[in-house]
Design a protein around this ligand. Sequence first.
Ligand SMILES: *Cc1c(COP(=O)(O)O)cnc(C)c1O
Length: 375
Amino acid sequence: MRLETLAVHAGARPDPATGAIAPPLYLSTTFERAADGSYPRGYIYTRHGNPNREALEEAMAALEGGAVAMAFASGSAAAFAVLQALSPGDHVIAPRDLYHGLARLFREIATGWGLSISFVDLTDPVAVEAAIRSNTRVIWVETPSNPMLRITDIARVATMARQVGALCICDNTLATPVLQRPLALGADGVVHSATKYLGGHGDAMGGIVVLKEDGAFARRLREIQITGGAVLSPFESWLILRSLRTLPYRMRAHSENAMRVAAFLSQHPAVEAVHYPGLPEHPGHAVAARQMSMFGGMVSFQVRGGRDAAFQVAARVRWFARATSFGGPESLIEHRASIEGPGTTTPDNLLRLAIGLEHPDDLIEDLDQALRGLL
Ligand SMILES: *Cc1c(COP(=O)(O)O)cnc(C)c1O
């Protein structure tokens, strides 16, 4: 089955009670027992299991090609659950260019109960090799990375992880299973912030973990999800599943628009550098072309003239909202260094664009008028 068909049908079945094609929303927190005390319909309490959450989990497992999926209250909660499934004394290798919220989670919370974390340049296999220890349990990959759009060779890192008995977990938030299938490339698990492209409309927060195998690690993670309680709500599950139906078409449009914008920016005299893996001069382009079908909707660029110039551009644009996050239909612009705060390695003249679903010519004209003000 092709991806578009899978995206429409995964986790879908007509409602057994009414025949409704669009799924009903099951807000009930509790479910009826039979007279003998059993639960013949399989549901007990929504934290344990809810039809909307299960439908989303089934769909995400199918789209990523995994055996199981679990939905959490946010992408951060999903990533946290993976770390919680490890034991004190375990070692994790994480990318130096890691989404800043997860970098804080790894650095300031996970180390508190005895995980040791090494931050490494994952685009450099020699550095990864050198960081591996006998107690390395997870190698965490984020590709493309946020906000520098660096590319890690998933197959290569997954092979290194397998050789030492560690799990390769890939944050697939920027690419989605439409553009990149980490499990098929050898990764053991995929993590998503469903708040971004999976939700796709900027109105739902969620996180997903998909695992290739339904083994001991999956059972541990399920225990953390259900007993820890950071489960995704029925309504968010419903919204995100609804959005998955159009994900392949949206990702294609985000990617086409971003490619156009990146090509435009790379020729602009007011622009110092453009970071987009679809550009042939991007250092990760060859790997990205191998492991991704298109290059995604995120573009970062550095403006000539430093921080003030970057702020001026963000102040002048008309169609780009000045806001954090990405994945919705509307384009966003953000000065990343100021949201990441002190200690960030993101350049001060960098603006991150989340390219939306507007016409690319309107976005290009808008950026052009904002940049021309600098010349
Ligand atoms: C946003 C994001 C997260 C965190 O997800 P939340 O839903 O905000 O908790 C994790 N990884 C990446 C790459 C992200 O962009």
